[in-house]
Design a protein around this ligand. Structure first.
Ligand SMILES: Nc1ncnc2c1ncn2[C@@H]1O[C@H](COP(=O)(O)OP(=O)(O)OP(=O)(O)O)[C@@H](O)[C@H]1O
Length: 993
């Protein structure tokens, strides 16, 4: 365990998690409890050991210390697994539970009876059994990980832990339980004669302690479940690296070699018995979409068998959705069928015989004549069976790439193999689940899923919510509402179906999450809703699956139902805990675990000695820009003020308490590097008169409270984890950037994206300060932000919009030079020039204010541009992208980094300008890869702007640290380091204190 006394601040975590990790001592950190994870006590040391995660890579120059060949890998990995299990014996740092489990589930010896069963004759059993086994005693605690070494501040021992019938067991020097207990529920696995020895009944559940008993039992079961992972891993490493292709005439493009490999791997995953699906984590632009379409085509027959009969094999029926199935007597054969797929007469027969149905099956039986329908309704509820239509493949993606998916599904498939595709989005979307079931592929957005699918709410999450103090019933008066009386379904911790939309009312053959990093924070509405989708096969597509820390993986495991790690406590105990105890071993284990479900190739991967993709080169230039003397003076004044404030917090020991304020200080410095005017804010532009009407209907007290939320102190946008640009507050009191929240409110009936909130929201029920003031004041009285008042007379002119900052000047110079240029484009072999294409550029900034200022300069230089930001509707975005791609006169695309970095294909551009650095380097990579991807025929130049001797230099350095951490976790880099979180030292470094 490596929690130091140093306070840890995850400033570099973007998205929802940025304020999570002020965590080393929970007691005095109350202010941040609302966002604190309950396992923040684990740190993420970076593994110095790098198992190759990329099974197909043969790159000789992979910067992995030892990159074994496939055969070596098999041997080494097998040994690793064996060690992994057997080392639990030797190491006292491992918990008794692990030691014991090792003995109960040996790898090859068929242990039959640890408790001296007559049937069992394996030698050497006795000495391998823990004392508590051999003397017939055991305790639930002996299964619990030995956390005592974590220190009291991590997991406190519960003094009330005193079970009737059990004694507390302490670990002796060997990690063995030393006291004598009554026998607990003992499982003995292995060999054909495995059997289970049942214990005396558990004490009845009457107290909190009983829950702990359950937890311990659960832990043990999950530990046993790791055996399945182990076996799967062994199977996996011995697998040939196969290729699969489609017959001629199915796809309009030929699959590239690495895509054929991906197809083969995806097929094997979908048809395996353990965790059907996985994470395709190829670099962005390598063709994950194409590989997925190929998979859909390849498994089309099984998919239609599933949608027609509800099953393509008998096993699957049990796996996914027992409550949707009915038993049908078909001649002599008994088989499971989904209710809605039966013809009307059978359906009614089945319903009346088996007393099926609920409101959904009634919906499904709309076509049945009313009399029969009544019979179904009245008879069915007794048994509580449900029915859901069986549907095809659901693709969930960010709104910005919705149309692109639909387009790819159409143009990459030949006429004779066309897939029927439904884009399911917007207010006019159907409410009929049966209609969804008619399509091969349904494409929708994350927000639509969040809106329609009841959220999975595990015990862990409930606990997490309680610990973090986040309640959806947020009160603007800061009084916590009493939780409403819960419905029966909620009490049982099952999502209620009453408000479920059609997406939740079908059973999907396959669900694919594109840009799956969207769900990396498992607390968000979106993440929990995705987990709530019912599906037979599940896929995550992401070029950047780990962005901040290992915990990002938990969400994917949950979605994939990758047991046992889909359980929060198991993820902690089986992945995070080993990493914190011994990072080398822990990371090896993680990589082994990932290897089963994750395939990742980068653009640098070699296959059979050849580059995976023959892309034109990408050159990244770091443009180190100098401030003008006025800008420098402005910046230095600001910097000095910020430094003094930071020093004051530091001296008072209140850095943690002032986390948000510190972020604002940093934000101002970052913005000053772009243009001083950005510090002013431009809220008056964002007045929506419809919002004023809605605000006017709120009680005045509520409006004042909301206004206070925006103005009383620094807030942080929970979507980008930055102090909000153009801050808006939602009805529920959560504060966001204007464009971050608008990016998500693209349809009707949206929900607040704040983790665990889920309150219904519309574009009009998020308010700017101006809107709130206007709703209660007779006339607009908006305070000018005083940030620019730091400028003295000499520098005040640079706070005007007419002022062209150094960065804008540099960007416009580049754009002017490329405006006059056109590049000769050859075919892919670069032989005969085919045409002259104009040179185009994409310009990214994280602030829409900076894009506004760029617009002014482009207009005055007569450079045609289009724009894409989070506040624009999808139609306008799509139009802008099309015009940029196809109109030779349009030379520039101005893009918000937050809205435009994902998914889009923009190979018309061969120059990318990053106006400002973002904390997370992967967001920048995603952005650059809009242009550097398959289809690009020209060399791509990337200009990353940074102003010399400013905070930006230091952000770049921190980006590199973060990049190293993620690469190390994937085994893609030979270096190591610990850059998962910003420490107080990092902040000192940022402020040069
Ligand atoms: N085999 C192929 N033949 C022709 N074009 C291809 C092929 N594979 C992919 N492409 C094209 O390359 C581009 C990138 O592919 P795709 O969008 O599938 O990548 P991706 O990995 O999903 O990227 P991102 O992570 O950015 O979403 C697309 O325009 C796609 O049509």
């Amino acid at each position: 365990m490596i929690v130091s006394n140093m306070d840890i601040i995850d400033l570099t975590s973007d998205s929802e998690e940025g304020i999570i990790d002020l965590c080393s001592d929970s007691e005095d950190n109350n202010e941040f409890h609302s966002c604190k994870e309950d396992y923040t006590d684990y740190e993420d040391p970076v593994s110095p050991f790098h198992l190759p995660l990329v099974p197909f890579s043969t790159a000789p120059d992979q910067n992995i210390v030892e990159q074994p060949t496939d055969i070596d890998w098999h041997e080494i990995a097998k040994k690793e697994y064996d060690d992994w299990f057997s080392s639990r014996n030797a190491s006292s740092s491992y918990s008794p539970v692990e030691n014991d489990i090792k003995r109960v589930i040996p790898l090859s010896i068929p242990y039959g009876s640890a408790a001296k069963s007559e049937e069992f004759d394996a030698p050497n059993v006795e000495h391998q059994l823990p004392q508590s086994f051999s003397n017939g005693s055991f305790s639930p605690q002996s299964f619990a990980p030995n956390h005592s070494s974590l220190g009291d501040h991590i997991i406190k021992e519960d003094p009330t832990l005193n079970f009737s019938g059990f004694q507390r067991c302490t670990a002796n020097g060997n990690g063995m339980p030393s006291s004598t207990m009554p026998t607990d529920d003992v499982f003995v696995y292995g060999g054909p004669r495995s059997h289970r020895i049942f214990p005396p009944p558990m004490p009845s559940r009457t107290s909190v302690n009983d829950t702990i008993v359950d937890n311990d039992v659960e832990k043990r079961l999950f530990s046993l479940d790791e055996r399945a992972v182990y076996e799967e891993a062994l199977k996996h490493i011995s697998q040939e690296k196969g290729e699969e292709d489609l017959p001629e005439g199915v796809m309009s493009v030929s699959l590239l070699k690495h895509q054929k490999m991906a197809l083969s791997w995806m097929l094997s995953k979908e048809n395996s018995s353990h965790c059907r699906g996985g994470v395709l984590a190829d670099d962005q632009g390598l063709g994950k979409t194409i590989s997925t379409i190929a998979l859909i085509q390849k498994e089309k027959v099984k998919q239609s068998r599933f949608t027609n009969s509800g099953s393509y094999c008998t096993n699957s029926v049990r796996n996914i959705d027992d409550d949707n199935m009915v038993i049908v007597m078909d001649k002599e054969e008994v088989k499971a069928e989904p209710l809605n797929k039966l013809d009307d007469s059978t359906r009614v027969h089945v319903a009346s015989t088996l007393k099926l149905c609920d409101s959904q099956s009634v919906a499904a039986s709309d076509s049945i004549e009313p009399r029969k329908k009544n019979r179904v309704r009245s008879s069915a509820s007794t048994l509580g069976y449900k029915t859901r239509p069986a549907a095809g493949t659901l693709v969930v993606c960010p709104a910005s790439v919705l149309r692109q998916w639909a387009n790819e599904l159409s143009v990459k498939v030949m006429e004779g193999s066309k897939l029927s595709v439904l884009v399911y989005h917007g207010c006019s979307r159907t409410r009929d689940p049966n209609l969804l079931a008619k399509y091969d592929v349904v494409v929708t957005t994350y927000m639509t899923v969040a809106n329609e699918v009841p959220k999975e709410n595990s015990d862990d999450e409930k606990k997490d919510r309680e610990m973090s103090g986040i309640y959806p019933e947020f009160s603007v008066n800061s009084k916590r509402k009493r939780p409403k009386k819960q419905s029966k379904a909620k009490k049982k911790n099952k999502p209620s179906n009453s408000d479920a939309g059609p997406l939740a009312r079908v059973r999907w053959f396959r669900v694919v999450l594109d840009e799956a990093q969207t769900i990396k924070n498992y607390r968000t509405q979106v993440s929990r809703a995705c987990c709530g989708l019912r599906a037979e096969r599940r896929w995550c597509l992401s070029g950047t699956p780990i962005q901040n820390k290992i915990d990002d993986l938990y969400s994917y495991f949950c979605f994939l139902k990758y047991e046992p790690y889909s359980k929060f406590s198991s993820f902690k105990d089986m992945i995070k805990y080993p990493i914190s105890k011994d990072s080398a071993r822990g990371y090896k284990k993680l990589q082994a675990i990932l290897r089963i479900v994750l395939l990742r190739r980068t653009k640098e991967t070699l296959i059979d000695g050849e580059p995976i993709l023959k892309l034109p080169p990408k050159t990244i230039q770091l443009n180190k820009i100098d401030f003008t003397p006025e800008e420098r003076a402005f910046y230095l004044t600001l910097e000095e003020g910020s430094r003094q404030k930071f020093k004051a917090y530091d001296a008072a020991g209140t850095i943690k308490e002032n986390y948000a304020s510190i972020l604002v200080l940093l934000l101002r410095l970052r913005q000053a590097c772009d243009h001083p005017l950005l510090l002013k804010g431009q809220e008056s532009d964002l007045i929506d008169y419809n919002s004023i009407q809605i605000a006017k209907q709120l009680p005045k007290e509520t409006v004042i409270n909301l206004l206070e939320k925006l103005e009383s102190g620094p807030a942080i946008c929970s979507m980008c984890s930055d102090p909000p640009e153009d801050a808006v507050v939602a009805r529920c009191g959560h504060v966001f950037c204007y464009q971050c929240v608008h990016e998500n409110l693209t349809g009707d009936g949206n929900v607040c994206p704040y983790p665990l909130c889920g309150r219904k929201l519309s574009v009009r029920s998020v308010f700017t300060p101006a809107v709130l003031k206007l709703s209660i004041l007779p006339k607009l009285e908006i305070d000018e932000k005083t940030s620019c008042s730091t400028a003295d007379d000499k520098t005040s002119s640079i706070c005007e919009s007419s002022y062209i900052s150094s960065k804008i000047r540099e960007a416009v110079d580049i754009l002017k030079s490329i405006k006059t240029r056109a590049i000769t484009v050859g075919d892919t072999t670069g032989s005969i020039p085919s045409k002259m294409d104009p040179v185009k550029a994409i310009v990214f900034s994280q602030w829409t204010g900076m894009l506004d200022l760029m617009e002014l300069s482009l207009n005055s230089n007569d450079i045609q541009f289009r724009r894409l930001d989070g506040a624009m509707c999808l139609n306008l975005r799509e139009k802008g992208v099309n015009e940029f791609n196809n109109d030779p006169e349009v030379r520039v695309m101005l893009m918000s980094l937050k809205a435009g970095n994902l998914g889009l294909n923009m190979v018309a551009a061969c120059h990318v300008i990053m106006l400002d650095p973002w904390w997370n380097p992967y967001a920048e990579d995603q952005a650059v890869d809009r242009a550097h991807r398959i289809g690009q025929t020209r060399a791509v130049t990337v200009s990353r702007f940074t102003v010399k001797d400013t905070v930006e230099d230091r952000i770049l350095a921190l980006q590199e640290k973060k990049r190293t951490m993620v690469q190390s976790a994937f085994g893609e880099d030979g270096s190591s380091g610990n850059a998962t979180r910003l420490t107080v030292e990092d902040l000192r470094y940022l402020f040069m204190v």
